[in-house]
Design a protein around this ligand. Sequence first.
Ligand code: PMP
Length: 410
Amino acid sequence: AFTADVVPQAPEDPLFGLMAAYRKDTNEKKVDLGIGAYRDDNAKPWVLPVVKEADDLLRKDPDLNHEYLPIGGLVAFNQASQKLILGKDSAAIKDQRVVSLQTVSGTGAVHLGSAFIAKFYTPKTAEAKAIYISSPSWANHNQIIDNVHLPVKTYPYFSKETKGLDFDGMINGLESAPEGSVILLHACAHNPTGVDPTREQWTKIAEVMKQKKHFPFFDCAYQGFASGSLSTDAWAINHFVDQGFELMIAQSYAKNFGLYGERAGCFHFVAAPAGNAQDTVARVGSQLAILQRSEISNPPAYGARIASLILNDEKLFAQWEEDLRTMSGRIKSMRKALKSHLDQLGTPGKWDHIMEQIGMFSFTGLNEQQVGRLRSEFHVYMTKNGRISMAGLNRGNVEYFAKSMDEVVR
Ligand code: PMP
């Protein structure tokens, strides 16, 4: 029954294919700039010291067992996650307008939100039932939304000329989307471009979305990892909440805790302050629980336990903030180093965007052919769109990478 015309061979996931090719390369100069995970100055995975400490504490707990978590996950984790993303003194939390479920990391949270939209969202016109993503966006957004049978539409985001935000294009895109569309926004450290709106631009984006009655869906995969400050990186979300939007948030702890494989994340639905918000979150929460139960029954426990321990302990929390500054600081220093090597080499082109972009990634502007040459001649691995993971650079390879880049650009 499953012949090739029914089930065609799917292409390999480009990122995972890239990783496999990198592993096979035996050249000692090889550089992995595809990886979407933090690396230390020795190009090694980094277990955050605070995570190591929480892990040790957990393992010493004689009562630790492997029972199921509730459908919605670990309650202490969900509550701490709300406070982290919305702020300790959030009016939305005080008013009990937030319902949160622990998810299979950020991917699971984006999926849960998308599944909820697919099942329950009833905008005035059928054409508004779609999810708008930025062009470009994290590639998986397409598949996650498509999997729940919702149309994926796009709004302009990146300007190839300035290698910054195409702000006018974005505003036009939001204005021309049918009223009441679902708009997926990257809360900070936009993947893949590293380009974020300024606060002034966010304010305007919120105004337009309010006029058009759009529904915001924030994907927050880098809180604290981007700027080094947890509240700075959550600014856009909190601005929208303050403006009285009803919205959803997908929160990942993969990058900011380095808990990638443990799959710790959280989904939040925030009801608007008007109307009977508590009733809304109760109903929405009951349906989210059914979606969750039918798909994963209950979320994985260990990573959430680690995160929860840290989030709910003042001392560990402060230590975590220190670790976040270590990661974001190292990445910022690599941006500086790369830019100054390119300056010294007099590499043709303008490279200020490397300093202006934020977070794990930088959209270099290198084209597919240049990316191909970097890989075949210089053993430097990155995605075809010219995105580099800043975390793959370190004091040992940044000069080599700058020189390789210089050669393929000339
Ligand atoms: N959204 C964006 C924009 C991301 O970059 C990522 C991580 N690559 C995720 C969501 C989710 O990742 P995870 O499922 O590992 O939390």
